[in-house]
Design a binder for this molecule. Structure first.
Ligand code: ZN
Length: 394
């Protein structure tokens, strides 16, 4: 029966080892795999390293490092655990694996680059446990969500469920713009608010609800009317905008401003028993004007104050918007770029339509001139581009 030393010697014969100097030449090319325990990882790690404690290596490696022919540099604190890990990776079919002799201890002593990773505290690890269990998100994805900024246009029917789910998911900064006060007639669908908040500013009510749900979230409120004078300043720095606007001028204004700032917009709209969701990714997919160069005539486009809407419907559409926003932030799956999802509550059906970018689009087309952010009237005439560079004021 061989003892530990014999076993280690045998393993080392089966694997390849490199010293930290050679390992460093592989930074950026190879996957660095840290197989230490969490408390060791938290003290410092190689920048960009994938972290899988040795005990979870077999079960997690294929989720986190799917390409088995890609070079892997595996390390631990001193080079022992990583030797065993390298042998295991070979058995799992990884073809280009080296173990770093001397481990992270020697790497750090030799003044090679290292960072203290941003890690979740125990409470966060518990709160976001179900996210962390998903290999596609994990701790790194949760960190990304916590560092992300999402702006909601409106704290109403669509903004309510979107804000609640984004806050619950741990989106670190949620901006909300709304200039209304809570009215009793809102409570049929705007679940951010409640009877105690009637008469209160919607943004203040929203902030209270979201902070109670998740104190990790920084809720930034804008109790103003979104206009040409403030939109570029307000949206600046946000990663994604969730559009729950209830009128055409705001949607066109937002479209043009988000193109200018290159911020993706998750669009949602509802009418009676129907809802629509799509993602406008500037210059990669169609924009709002590609789809709807000008608004429909007023008689065909009643605003939300006039039109009826089934109370649950915005809950479904707003939740889909939150989901798409998270996908965009995490670069996850296929967001609805170039696709319009249409939901019919009476039929209980979802349909998806392709939406193409219009080469002639006045805002994002090939020949579109400079985008001009201007105040739009009720007809939202496309001020975005005029041949002579002027804007049309009405
Ligand atoms: Zn366009």
């Amino acid at each position: 029966m061989p003892g530990f030393r014999e076993l280690l010697a045998k393993v080392k014969k089966n694997i390849r080892e490199v010293d930290p100097a050679e390992a460093e030449t592989r930074l950026g090319d190879a996957t660095f795999l840290d197989v230490r325990e969490l408390d060791e990882f938290e003290q410092g790690t190689v920048p960009g390293a994938v972290f899988i404690p040795r005990g979870h290596l077999e079960s997690q490696i294929e989720g986190k490092v799917p390409q088995k022919d890609k070079p892997v540099v595996v390390y631990c604190a001193g080079g022992t655990r990583s030797a065993f890990a390298a042998e295991t990776l070979g058995e799992l079919g990884y073809t280009d694996v080296v173990s770093m002799a001397g481990g992270f201890g020697r790497w750090k002593n030799e003044d090679r680059p290292w960072i203290t990773p941003a890690v979740l505290d125990p409470e966060q690890r518990n709160r976001y446990h179900r996210h962390i269990l998903l290999p596609e998100i994990g701790e790194a994805g949760q960190q990304k969500l916590l560092g992300s900024k999402v702006l909601l246009i409106g704290a109403g029917g669509l903004g309510s469920p979107a804000a609640l789910y984004l806050a619950a998911a741990g989106v670190g900064t949620i901006g909300i713009i709304d200039m209304d006060v809570v009215d009793q007639s809102n409570l049929q669908r705007q679940i951010l608010h409640n009877v105690d908040r009637i008469g209160e500013r919607k943004v203040d009510s929203a902030k209270k609800t979201l902070t109670q749900l998740n104190p990790d979230v920084d809720v930034v409120t804008y109790d103003v009317r979104l206009g040409a004078d403030n939109i570029l300043e307000i949206i600046d720095g946000y990663d994604v905008i969730v559009d729950g606007a209830d009128n055409f001028p705001t949607r066109y204004l937002l479209n043009d401003a988000s193109l200018l700032k290159r911020i993706p917009v998750v669009h949602g709209s509802i009418f009676r028993f129907e809802g629509y969701v799509t993602v406008f990714k500037p210059y990669e997919g169609p924009c709002y004007r590609c789809m709807l160069p000008e608004p429909p005539p007023a008689e065909l486009a009643p605003n939300c104050a006039e039109a009826g809407v089934l109370g649950v419907l915005p809950g479904i559409i707003g939740s889909l918007q939150a989901l798409e926003a998270i996908k965009v932030v995490l670069d996850l799956g296929d967001p609805l770029v170039g696709r319009m999802l249409a939901y019919d509550a009476l039929e209980q059906s979802f349909r998806t339509f392709n939406v193409r970018r219009d080469p002639q689009c006045p805002a994002c087309g090939e020949n579109a001139g400079e985008i001009v952010i201007a105040e739009y009237d009720d007809l939202c005439l496309p001020h975005a581009t005029l041949a002579d560079g002027s804007t049309t004021d009405h």
